[in-house]
Design a binder for this molecule. Sequence first.
Ligand code: 164
Ligand code: MG
Length: 337
Amino acid sequence: MSALPSVDDILADAVVVSLPMRVRFRGITTREAVLLRGPAGWGEFAPFVEYDDDEAAHWLQAGLEAAWLGPPAPVRTRVPVNATVPAVPAHDVAEVLSRFPGALAAKVKVAEPGRDPAENLARDLARVRAVRELVPHVRVDANGGWSVDEAVHALTALTADGPLEYAEQPCARVEELVEVRRRLPGVRIAADESIRKVSDPLRVVRAGAADVAVVKVPPLGGMRNVVALAEQLSGYGVPVVVSSALDTAVGMSAGLAAAAALPELPYACGLATGRLFHHDVAPGEGVRDGSTSTGTVVPDSARLRELAASEERARWWLDRVRRCREVLAGREAGLFV
Ligand SMILES: O=C(O)CCC(=O)C1=CC=C[C@@H](O)[C@@H]1C(=O)O
Ligand SMILES: [Mg+2]
C-alpha cells in the first residue's frame, strides 16, 4: 500500500475548473472540479457540492489513485458507451442524441423531481418514445424518484411498446427495488445510488434487489475498487455498467480505464457525458461508432485558463481537498492497493 501524498504535493499543481453545461442535468448547469497532477498523471476530485466530507473523501481517494498510481492493466482499448438523455422535452431528443454518434444504447432520465406525477409520466413516455425511434437499446434512470406503485405503473407503460434494457434505481430504498423486481419480473432492475451511497455495496445483490449494478469510480474510491467490486458482483451473476459521475475528461479517463480493465462488459457504459458540457478540459475524439477510446488524458492549458473557476470557488474547493485528505489520513483502510 502506498502512503497518502502530503497536502502540499496534492495541491502543488491543482487547478479548479467550472464547466458550463449544454442542458440542465441532475439539477445543475455548471460542473465544478479540481484537477490534480501526480507522478502518474492527472486525477479528478469533483464530489457534488452537497456531499459531506466523509462521502467526498472517497472521491479524493479516486483522484489520488489516478494521479499517483495510474490505471489498472487494460484488456481493451475502446469502450462502448451509451448516449445520456437528460429529462428534455421529446422534441429535443434528436439533437441530444446527435452528440453520441453510433451509440446503440441510450439512457433516458425519467421521474424528474418537482413535477406532477401524471404530467411527468406523459413527458417521460414521449421522451422514451422519441429515443426508441433513433436508438435500438433504451434504458431509463429514475434516480429513486418513484414509489413502488408509481414504478410499477410507469415501467408497465414504458415497456408497452418495446423492452427496456433495464430500469435504473426506480425507487430509493433496497426493499422497494426488491418489491418492484417481484412485481415486474419482465423488467431488469439496475441499482445505482443503492450501491454508491452505502458502505456495503453487496447488500443490494444479497437482498435480490438488482439484476445489473451501475458503478462509478469516484464514489467507490477508485478504478481498482470498481474492478474488485465487479469481480465480487459477477459471483452473484450481476454484471456491471461503469458510468460517469458527470466527470470532466480527466475523471472520465479513470472510468474508461476501469471499464477497459473488466473481463466482461455486456452493456454500453455511461461514460460519454462529456458531451453534455459546452467545452471539456481536454480535446478528444468523443464518441465514434458508439464507443470511446481509452488512454491518458492531459488537460489543455489554454482550456484550463478559459474554464478556471472564480477565486472564491477555487478557495472553497481547495479547502475541501484539505479536509478530505484529513478524513483519508484518519481512515484505517488503505488508500492504494
Ligand atoms: O449513466 C450515464 O449515462 C451517465 C451518468 C449519469 O447518468 C449520472 C451521472 C452523475 C450523476 C447521476 O445523477 C447520474 C446517474 O444517476 O446515473
Ligand atoms: Mg443513475
